[in-house]
Ligand binder design. Structure first.
Ligand SMILES: Nc1ncnc2c1ncn2[C@@H]1O[C@H](COP(=O)(O)OP(=O)(O)OP(=O)(O)O)[C@@H](O)[C@H]1O
Length: 266
C-alpha cells in the first residue's frame, strides 16, 4: 500500500521535449513527502501524472504504482477506481476544482454517494460529518451555499472534504495554500497536518515555498528544470543543503524570515 515511482519522465507529445526526467521515489503509508522547486520546475505535471491526470498533449513514461496498480498507460476505468479511494488530489485554486453552480452540500454528497453508495438521511449525515471534519459549520446555511458565497479558505476546506470523502490512503496537494492569505494558509496547513495524523494518511505536498513545506513534511525532493537535484529528510535539507539550488532556497527563506522578524521589508 505505497506509492512507487520509477524513472518517470513527462514529455510534450508533439516535440518530445522533456518536462520531467528520470524521477524516482517511494512513499510508504503515513509518510509525508514534499516536492519543492521554482515555478516551471515540473512539480504540478509530476503530481498530475501520479493519478493519470496529465493534460492533453503531455505523455508520461516509466512506472507509477499506487498500492500495486500501474498508473502509466492504465485504462480510464482503472484510474477512476484508483482516484478517491487510493489517492485524492487538492489543487492550488479551489475555485477551479469546485463546480460554481453546485451547492456545497451537493458537492460533498457526490463522491460520498458515488463511492460509498450512501443515500437519503445517511448521506445527509455523512455530508454534515465531512463538514465538521474540515472545521466548517454543519448547518443548513453552509450546505446550501454556492462556492462563490464562501471565502477562499472555506472553499479549500470544501475541496479537502471532497478529496477525503472516500478515505484515500494518500493525499496529493498541489500548492493548496498559495492562493490564500497568510493566516488562512496556516489554518489550512494545520487542517491537512491534523487529518494526515488522525487518518494515518500519506501526503505529497507540492510548493515553491520551502518554509511552508518544512512545516508539514518529513522528507522532500528538490526539483529544478524537471530533475530532482537533492532529496532527504527536511531537517537535513534545511540545515545542511548539499546542492547550490537547495542552498539558495534555504538562503532566501531565511532572508525573508529575518526581514519579517526585524521589520526590514521594503
Ligand atoms: N499542458 C502543457 N503543455 C505544455 N507545456 C506544459 C503544460 N503544462 C506544463 N507545461 C510546462 O511544463 C513545465 C513544468 O510545469 P509545471 O506546471 O509542472 O511546473 P511547476 O513547478 O508546478 O510550476 P508552478 O509552481 O508555476 O505551477 C513548464 O515548463 C511548463 O511550461
Amino acid at each position: 500500500m505505497s506509492i512507487e515511482v520509477r524513472d518517470l519522465s513527462i514529455s510534450l507529445a508533439t516535440s518530445g521535449r522533456r518536462l520531467v526526467e528520470g524521477l524516482s521515489f517511494s512513499l510508504a503509508p503515513g509518510e509525508r513527502l514534499g516536492i519543492i522547486g521554482e515555478s516551471g520546475s515540473g512539480k504540478s505535471v509530476t503530481i498530475f501524472s501520479l493519478l493519470g491526470l496529465l493534460p492533453r498533449g503531455l505523455v508520461a513514461d516509466g512506472s507509477v504504482e499506487i498500492s500495486g496498480t500501474q498508473v502509466v498507460g492504465a485504462r480510464p476505468a482503472d484510474l477512476r477506481t484508483l482516484r478517491g479511494a487510493q489517492a485524492a488530489i487538492v489543487f492550488q485554486e479551489p475555485a477551479t476544482a469546485l463546480d460554481p453552480l453546485t451547492r456545497v452540500g451537493d458537492l460533498i454528497a457526490e463522491p460520498l454517494a458515488r463511492h460509498r453508495g450512501l443515500r437519503g438521511g445517511e448521506l445527509d449525515e455523512a455530508v454534515r460529518a465531512a463538514l465538521r471534519e474540515v472545521s466548517l459549520p454543519d448547518d443548513r446555511r453552509t450546505v446550501r451555499s454556492f462556492p462563490h458565497e464562501i471565502s477562499g479558505g472555506q472553499r479549500q476546506r470544501v475541496a479537502i472534504a471532497m478529496a477525503l470523502a472516500c478515505q484515500p490512503r494518500f493525499l496529493l496537494a498541489d500548492e493548496p495554500t498559495t492562493a490564500l492569505d497568510v493566516t488562512v494558509q496556516a489554518e489550512i496547513l494545520d487542517l491537512i497536518r491534523r487529518l494526515c495524523e488522525e487518518r494515518g494518511m500519506g501526503l505529497i505536498f507540492v510548493s515553491h515555498d520551502l518554509a511552508v513545506v518544512a512545516g508539514i513534511v518529513d522528507r522532500a525532493l528538490v526539483m529544478q528544470h524537471g530533475h530532482v537535484v537533492e532529496e532527504g529528510p527536511i531537517v537535513d535539507l534545511v540545515n545542511r543543503p548539499q546542492h547550490p539550488y537547495t542552498a539558495s532556497l534555504v538562503a532566501s527563506a531565511r532572508a525573508l524570515e529575518q526581514a519579517l522578524a526585524t521589520g526590514e521589508l521594503p
